[in-house]
Design a protein around this ligand. Structure first.
Ligand SMILES: [Zn+2]
Length: 208
């Protein structure tokens, strides 16, 4: 997970147009990634596929429809799950959504060994459930990121070994080769699994 605190500034409220005209600005403020699940737009079809989220839903807060402080960038899946849901005013200890410009999301969740997010507060627990933040697609993305890190660590070990190839400890070298092979095999498996995954079913969204 790669959340970033979104810095919102009332001075950046555009003087003309409405929120759909400001998508580029909102994307940039949100680092071109979904504020809720942190998936980057480049992994998901780019800006045209991403949505503008009204943190306070427009149906309940018409005053904030074009309020730049209320507008965030999201992937279509998180946006569809969030929809007009507004269980209460943002508060860590009640069922609610936490504003991505008020809290660093990294402080709201723990990641367990199965790459699942666990909310640390009532609000973040609710967000995990409501936004399906442990959907199969996201678990795979987290696994993949973990493998990529492991792969680059191994590359570094190999480079260090090669610097001193004459004195190479054969057992250690063998161990590294085996680890590299395993990492690549895992990557291939993940790639395969990714193709088999449906990001969500229509019925998941329509039941809400
Ligand atoms: Zn998302």
């Amino acid at each position: 997970m790669n959340w970033k605190l979104i810095v919102k500034d009332i001075k950046k409220q555009p003087a003309i147009g409405t929120y759909t005209d400001w998508k580029e600005q909102i994307a940039e403020e949100c680092f071109f990634q979904c504020v809720y699940c942190s998936i980057h737009e480049s992994q998901f079809g780019g800006i045209d596929h991403y949505h503008i989220d009204h943190f306070k839903p427009k149906i309940k807060f018409p005053k904030h429809i074009n309020d730049i402080l209320n507008l965030f960038y999201t992937c279509p899946i998180c946006n569809r799950f969030k929809n007009d849901d507004w269980p209460g005013e943002p508060d860590l200890n009640t069922i609610s959504y936490i504003e991505p410009s008020k809290y660093d999301y990294a402080l709201l969740f723990d990641l367990n060994k199965d790459f699942e997010l666990e909310g640390k507060y009532t609000a973040s627990k609710y967000m995990v459930l409501r936004l399906y933040l442990n959907r199969a697609q996201l678990i795979l993305e987290r696994r993949e990121a973990h493998r990529r890190n492991r792969e680059s660590e191994l590359r570094e070990s190999i480079n260090t070994l090669l610097l001193d190839v004459d004195k190479l400890d054969k057992d250690y070298a063998f161990e590294i080769v085996m680890s590299v092979t395993q990492v690549f095999n895992n990557l291939l498996t993940l790639e395969q699994k990714k193709r088999e995954i449906r990001q969500y079913k229509l019925s998941d969204i329509r039941k809400s």
